[in-house]
Design a protein around this ligand. Structure first.
Ligand code: FPP
Length: 234
């Protein structure tokens, strides 16, 4: 069982491209392997007892990649939505998506909406998939919503506080991550959950995402339990 303070893990699944290159394969072969890893790690995370897993599948900045890579990733997503998520559904996992949905093709959005609907009562774990997601965009979006509420007279400016602002983010009902893991040796946050990770523990591993295993996840969870979280207190 996970420590009671470890309720939510967020992962930046980085290194698919480098993994593919090392194997002499095209980048999209790395994403395909990475997608399989996600399936295994989602089940492994549920087994540790965490209640929420958030993964960064595609950032708003990723739209700048080559047309070939983007269409490969979108086709992978279509395939994933049709097949692999079935497996997660069977595992009592609720699936939700955060991000700029309007940037995605309509058929993909329809599949995402259907999956959210079908899994909404699942209780085992919530898998939150960040797709076409950027944290600054999310914060600006929330600020606009707050401004609209003030303009309509629904709230006063002084009603805006951290708690109500959090509720305007895409992640509104999800507790903040306790632990953030980034694979592939890069040590940065890349516009991921900037508001939500204010007090999260950060963990960086050199493992490339397609090589990430349940065993390594369990080791990181054990390491997390040895850390003392003070939230700014002495
Ligand atoms: C980062 O590796 C990974 C991504 C941009 C995509 C992550 C997607 C998956 C793990 C597949 C699962 C998602 C879907 C859509 C079903 P990178 O390409 O930046 O690797 P590099 O830094 O080595 O080039």
């Amino acid at each position: 069982m996970a420590d009671k303070t470890l309720e939510h893990i967020a992962i930046i699944m980085d290194g698919n491209g480098r993994w593919a290159k090392k194997q002499g394969l095209v980048r999209n072969a790395g994403h395909k392997k990475g997608a399989q890893t996600l399936l295994e790690i989602a089940k492994a995370a549920k087994n540790t007892g965490v209640k929420y897993l958030t993964v960064y599948a595609f950032s708003t900045e990723n739209w700048k990649r080559s047309d070939e890579e983007i269409s490969g990733l979108m086709n992978l997503l279509r395939e994933y939505l049709d097949k692999n998520f079935e497996d997660l559904k069977k595992n009592d996992i609720r699936i939700i998506f955060i991000g700029e949905k309007y940037m995605l093709d309509a058929d993909i959005v329809a599949k995402m909406d259907a999956l959210e609907q079908e899994t909404r009562k699942n209780k085992g774990m919530t898998l939150q998939v960040a797709l076409s997601y950027g944290s600054r965009q999310e914060i600006v979006h929330a600020a606009k919503k707050a401004a609209e509420l003030v303009a309509k007279g629904d709230i006063m400016p002084e009603d805006i506080n951290e708690n109500m602002f959090s509720k305007l983010l895409y992640t509104s009902d999800i507790p903040d991550p306790d632990l953030v893991i980034r694979t592939s040796g890069e040590q940065r946050i890349s516009n991921y959950l900037l508001w939500q990770i204010a007090y999260s523990e950060l963990f960086f591993t050199n493992t490339l995402w397609p090589d990430f295993t349940e065993k390594e996840l369990i080791n990181i969870v054990e390491n997390f339990k040895t850390r003392e979280r003070r939230y700014g207190k002495a």
